[in-house]
Design a protein around this ligand. Structure first.
Ligand code: F6R
Length: 359
């Protein structure tokens, strides 16, 4: 039931702080330690490479998770689009571990990979929102997202829940492997801060609605740009805008723009920069200025400690690995209000189904 909300998508965006708190409840014990079964940690610890498999938004959540497994656990991790991996498998490591991300647990492209994984008896985990879904039943292990049903076609709370569960798993595995980075990662506390931070962003809906109307209501195309983890969020931000508002949006590595794509920037082309990482903030800003000097209408989503006076959307500071949990929220809202402003059916965009059960 969407209650007083005009669309499920807005309700689901607003539910994200509660989902973060629920995940803390489900996955942490009273000593603030993540609770993950020993068998799963053992299977992951024995592997020499984690292969993350997903489609669409779940693939984008995997891009964030891979950084966590590498930084907190020291395990090489790569992320793959399921429909590609199924038919053009890369050369695998000696002891692969497969991590499936799927909100519905029913995506045919991802299942195709799991069938193959099971033929080889490789260990696997599905992180899903739907208990006893196909991908959950057929994988060796399951972790649940506890996000509650996601009804809007455009995925929002499942994306942030997937990132949070990946973080919990990476912390648990890193500690199991005695990695300092994981031991020093105060994840439970961070997730509490993030829940409050999400809340403060969703409380400023009117500002974001005004920005959507000013920057995104007319143009046919737009860019999200960033570096590293901000680039990964740009891909998800652009997908949200495309699928519900029909603006042709590209998520782009900001440093790569000048190698060709900047030719697309015209007068008033919206370019939205996501800036949350100390090491690359200055570089992304200069890339943004390069687009601005070609006429782009620039907009910024920036972590507080990196913010300048003329930035548009300021998000609270959190650990650098977890910034996607906050930076994506304004992007979800920008997509929502752009779609709403155009009078579109936000929850049921054309040509799309919630669960994609064909290859
Ligand atoms: C985008 C979206 C899709 C799904 C994709 C995978 O908003 O919802 O891109 O993320 O179809 O679905 P699941 O996660 O159910 O496997």
């Amino acid at each position: 039931d969407k209650g007083t909300y005009p669309f499920y998508m807005l309700k689901e965006i607003d539910e994200q702080p509660a989902v973060m708190r629920k995940l803390v409840q489900e996955y942490f014990d009273s000593d603030d330690q993540p609770q993950i079964s020993e068998k799963l940690l053992q299977a992951m610890a024995e592997s020499d490479h984690i292969y993350i498999i997903g489609a669409g938004t779940s693939y984008h959540a995997g891009l964030i998770g891979a950084r966590m497994f590498e930084k907190l656990c020291g395990v090489p991790t790569t992320v793959h689009i399921s429909s590609e991996f199924a038919y053009e498998q890369p050369l695998l490591s000696q002891k692969p571990f497969f991590l499936f991300l799927s909100q519905s647990g029913e995506t045919a492209d991802s299942r195709e990979v799991l069938v193959h994984v099971n033929e080889h008896n490789w260990p696997s985990l599905t992180i899903t929102n739907v208990d006893k879904s196909t991908l959950s039943r057929e994988a060796t292990f399951t972790l649940l997202l506890y996000a509650g049903p996601e009804i809007a076609v455009a995925s929002t709370k499942a994306y942030t829940a997937q990132i949070a569960v990946e973080a919990i798993l990476a912390k648990a595995l890193g500690e199991y492997l005695s990695r300092d980075a994981a031991q020093n990662f105060d994840l439970k506390h961070q997730l509490g801060t993030i829940a409050n931070g999400m809340q403060s962003i969703t409380d400023s809906k009117e500002d974001i609605e005004a920005l959507a109307s000013r920057y995104l209501s007319k143009p046919r195309n737009a860019f999200y740009i960033g570096r590293g983890i901000d680039w990964s969020v740009s891909l998800e931000a652009a997908l949200k805008l495309k699928e519900i508002s029909y603006v042709q949006a590209e998520g782009f590595a900001s440093g790569e723009l000048k190698h060709g794509t900047i030719a697309l920037i015209e007068n008033q082309t919206p370019v939205i920069a996501i800036i949350t990482q100390d090491r690359t903030a200055g570089l992304t800003r200069s890339n943004l200025e390069e687009t601005q000097s070609r006429g782009a209408a620039v907009l910024t989503i920036v972590s507080r400690h990196l913010a300048h006076e003329d930035d548009n959307i300021i998000i609270p500071d959190v650990d650098e690995l977890l910034t996607p949990l906050l930076s994506v929220v304004p992007a979800q809202l920008l997509a929502y209000y752009t779609s709403l402003g155009k009078g579109l059916d936000v929850d049921k965009p054309r040509n799309l189904a919630k669960s994609v059960t064909v290859q």
